[in-house]
Write a protein that binds this ligand. Structure first.
Ligand SMILES: C[S@@+](CC[C@H](N)C(=O)[O-])C[C@H]1O[C@@H](n2cnc3c(N)ncnc32)[C@H](O)[C@@H]1O
Length: 253
């Protein structure tokens, strides 16, 4: 199904956001969801990634064309995993993390406490409070799926990256191998949501349903590359983790 931002609103019912939260807009539902999830977010990632998220973050960051002294924007920084990976792998660079969930930002600040090169700002990444070309590069990890229209996000991200800089996205992809795809679907659609309901989120919104449900309307690797080109990014390259279950795009500005 081609990417259509209108499908996003269907998710409010599909994942039962409207049963658990009171909000007027998609953004407000999503922010409340992450505020509620914050304390358990890192633990749920361990389960989603079979304990490999930090290793994937480090490998993905190592691939970035970061030059000494760069200032990098970490969009939808969440609990700060990517900001931390950049700050430790590129200690002479500055990192600015942006997120609209105050609870997630609190965790991020704790995680990178003591690292002077990292700072955070609360805000909506589709309306960034930065001038054109303010950053040498930007990265978004498991963030694009949350935007009400990812085309709007991509245009805004491109605006704040200087010519010659880079943009990177990390998110779920669609695995190419048919057998692996089947096993992956069974786990993400059936087993993980059950574990989420029984172990992690008794009586609250079950975050383990959000990842697979939001994946239904999320572009696969090829379509994501086309959306990058549409937003005027160049030389888009896609890399895979877990046989394509997680995909990383890196592009030039
Ligand atoms: C799945 S978490 C990803 C966190 C982190 N990048 C990582 O890799 O673990 C998604 C984050 O995006 C944030 N978010 C979603 N939409 C946003 C928006 N429009 N503006 C700012 N933050 C947003 C949420 O608050 C949440 O912290």
């Amino acid at each position: 199904m081609p990417y259509d931002p209108k499908n996003k609103l269907r998710l409010i019912k599909d994942v039962e956001f409207s049963t658990h939260f009171k909000a007027e807009t998609w953004e407000d539902y999503n922010r409340q969801f992450f505020n509620q999830l914050a304390k358990k977010y890192d633990a749920t990632n361990v389960l989603h990634s079979f304990g490999t998220k930090h290793r994937m973050d480090r490998a993905a960051v190592a691939r970035l064309p970061i030059k000494p002294g760069s200032t990098i924007l970490d969009l939808c920084t969440g609990s700060g995993d990517i900001a931390l990976a950049i700050a430790t792998q590129f200690p002479d660079c500055k990192v600015v993390g942006v997120d609209y969930s105050e609870n997630m930002l609190e965790l991020a600040a704790q995680k990178t406490a003591g690292l002077k090169s990292v700072s955070y700002q609360q805000g909506d990444v589709t309306r960034l409070p930065f001038p054109d070309g303010a950053f040498d590069g930007a990265i978004i990890s498991f963030g694009l799926r949350n935007l009400s229209d990812l085309r709007v996000g991509l245009r805004e991200f491109r605006r704040v990256i200087r010519p010659g800089g880079f943009f990177c996205n990390i998110d779920q992809g669609k695995p190419q191998n048919a057998l692996f795809r089947l096993a992956y679907k069974v786990y993400f659609y059936h087993i993980a949501p059950l574990i989420g309901k029984l172990v992690f989120h008794r009586g609250e919104f079950n975050s383990f349903r959000y990842l697979p449900e939001s994946n239904k309307y999320f572009p696969d690797q090829r379509e994501m590359e086309a959306l990058f080109v549409e937003a005027d990014f160049k030389n888009v390259k896609t890399y895979g983790f877990w046989m394509g279950a997680v995909a990383q795009q890196i592009a030039d500005v």
